[in-house]
Design a protein around this ligand. Sequence first.
Ligand code: OSB
Ligand code: MG
Length: 377
Amino acid sequence: MKIERIVLRQLRMPLVHFFETSFSRTYERNIIIVEVVSEGVSGWGEITAGEHPFYNEEWTAAAWIIAQDYVAPRIVGKVLDSAEDVNGLTRHIRGHNMARGGVEAAVWDLQARRKGNPLWKEIAGGVASPARREIPCGVSIGIQNTVDELIGKIETELSAGYQRIKMKIKPGWDVDVIRRIRERFPKTPLMADANSAYTLADAPLLKQLDAFGLTMIEQPLAHDDIIDHAALQAQLATPICLDECIRTAHHAEQAIRLKAGRIVNIKLGRVGGFGEAKRLHDVCQAAGIPVWCGGMLEAGIGRAHNIALATLPNFTLPGDVSASKRYWKRDIIAPEVQTTAHGTIVVTDKPGFGYEIDQDFLRHVTVREETVSAKGQ
Ligand code: OSB
Ligand code: MG
């Protein structure tokens, strides 16, 4: 497939409710959407960088420059045998996996649409049906102003059917909060995500969480650390799930070798797209490490890509893939992503990522647009 042009669009979309992690509170997302065009067909991807370089080193403004000046020019004008090629063509760009991954995912969507295949089929190498037709869904609930507000949110999500509750924690919003939540919800599968807010010196505090039967604690230590996580895991009964520190399949191999965690959260952007996400999935599967699909407050395109990813066989745990309406008054895809009463998303058989772009609304929320074309065109 000859890539004729890549259109980048920056969107501004207010969240229906602020989302607070240990590193910041977000009210509005600035998302970059990638459209890759070949012979009249468009493939779509989403760059999942946040508004600030706090989750990892990427953020919208930098991701835009990397996508426009480094990633797109290496893809536009090329004839690709497969979407697999994008990773190799951009791998020498150090870091910036989200910018690379948004473009890579768009090329996968393009490839699927050109063949009339659903994206899940394309990424799984043409299998007749996905490993699962319904994706088990959990929710990630940010830090609230009060524990009572958090309890209210959990009640809402459980009555919507979601299968597990993830809470964000940070120093000062941890053991006492989780204790109250566990008392109020004795049987609910609960987990906590610290987004790197602690150090190994906090091991005694984190050990107190063992009393609450959490299914896992996500990325308690530094965003780039594996070694201290191994030391911490040796002291905790609660399984550690790694997020930020796993950016490649090779990182997962190293983390598994060191016993730095027992579960891995796979995010398409963080690892640079479907090619690396699949390799990472396979490494974990071979080692008996279950994975689940993480989220980055995506709009519909990123959400739909996550659904496709979560059909792969080792995504056995509920992910942070949830309904559009939890984040958006109106999404940029139609229909919006919806969940069943038992907390699943049903995978579609439509071509590509399986939903339509709501072009009117996309235009409405676009604040910046730039096209990268092949030289001489
Ligand atoms: O660490 O999983 C995370 C959102 C922004 C940045 C990091 C994370 C998150 C989430 C949200 O937990 C998951 C979602 O998109 O629902
Ligand atoms: Mg996380």
